[in-house]
Design a protein around this ligand. Structure first.
Ligand SMILES: Nc1ncnc2c1ncn2[C@@H]1O[C@H](COP(=O)(O)OP(=O)(O)O)[C@@H](O)[C@H]1O
Ligand SMILES: [Mg+2]
Length: 274
């Protein structure tokens, strides 16, 4: 009997440091010594949220995972292999809408599959499957200009999902939406994540959004981003409209807020017990 080989994490980030160097040689340290592993849970979608203040280095971490930005120090491994340039295995969804204005919703979603050379029939079927998933099937023939902000962002999500990426990177994707729509999109993302077996890395500075979506939250410091805490969020079976005002939800929010705004250990404020 051979012992099972230790599982290789789907994503492993070790000792990640990123310092931007401007044209004038000015250095901005954005990320300092960030390490985390995200295991592959077979058959289960997982949402890992990076929560940190604006400007702390969240997007920078995500860009390194996407392969858009080389680490100054440290490694980013996917299935044990250093990540290369952006590829289909890591889909990205940004805050800004990224559809092609001259293509219909259906054509936008099929676009990536067309580039891959998938035959028209398969393209159409896969695109319709994903449009169904994000609730846009009846808008398949419309153009992006006819859609609301939330719907445009659903097109962006569909365009990413259609490639079946193993990791989806989402950078404050709902930040530009009004609260009502934002709530709806969060619910949609939970449904999608249950249906698709992929790992979602989701970046936000919104504590409530973090608690609502996450299986796991990594709390980041102000710039340069360091990992302060890892919090496993309890599973809320009921994700309806009342959850966000429920005591058990509020308790996790408070815990995260305290972590975000605690004075750094060793500071005068910490010593004074402030
Ligand atoms: N290309 C760049 N060149 C220089 N500094 C940058 C660049 N991109 C981001 N920064 C700086 O790095 C810090 C972290 O940025 P970012 O990762 O975008 O933060 P967040 O996404 O958490 O708001 C900020 O101070 C930002 O001004
Ligand atoms: Mg950002």
């Amino acid at each position: 009997m051979s012992a099972a080989a230790p599982a290789v994490p789907r994503l492993s980030v070790q000792g990640l440091c990123i310092t931007y160097v401007g044209r004038d040689g000015e250095r901005t340290e954005a990320v300092r010594d960030v390490s985390f592993d995200i295991a592959d849970k077979p058959g289960v979608g997982e949402i890992v949220v990076f929560l940190g203040p604006s400007g702390c280095g969240k997007s920078t971490i995500l860009k390194a995972v996407a392969g858009l930005l080389p680490p100054t120090k440290g490694t980013v491994l996917m299935d044990g292999t250093p990540v290369g340039p952006p590829g289909r295995d890591r889909g990205m969804v940004f805050q800004a809408y990224t559809s092609f204005a001259w293509l219909t919703v259906q054509q936008n979603v099929e676009y990536g599959l067309k580039l891959q050379g998938l035959p028209p029939k398969e393209r159409r079927e896969r695109a319709r499957e994903v449009l169904q998933e994000v609730g846009l099937l009846e808008f398949a023939g419309r153009y992006p200009k006819d859609l609301s902000g939330g719907m445009k962002q659903r097109v962006a999500i569909a365009r990413t999902l259609v490639n079946r990426p193993r990791v989806v990177l989402m950078d404050e994707p709902f930040g530009a939406l009004d609260p009502q729509t934002r709530w709806g999109m969060q619910g949609l993302l939970l449904d999608v994540s249950r249906a698709e077996d992929n790992t979602i890395l989701f970046v936000t500075h919104d504590v409530s959004e973090a608690v609502y979506l996450a299986d796991t939250v990594y709390v980041l410091s102000a710039r340069p981003a360091r990992l302060l805490h890892r919090v496993d969020v309890p599973f809320f079976a009921e994700r309806g409209v009342h959850l966000k005002s429920a005591p058990e939800f509020r308790a996790v929010e408070k815990k995260l807020l305290d972590m975000l705004y605690a004075p750094p250990a060793g500071s005068p404020a910490a010593a004074a017990g402030a």
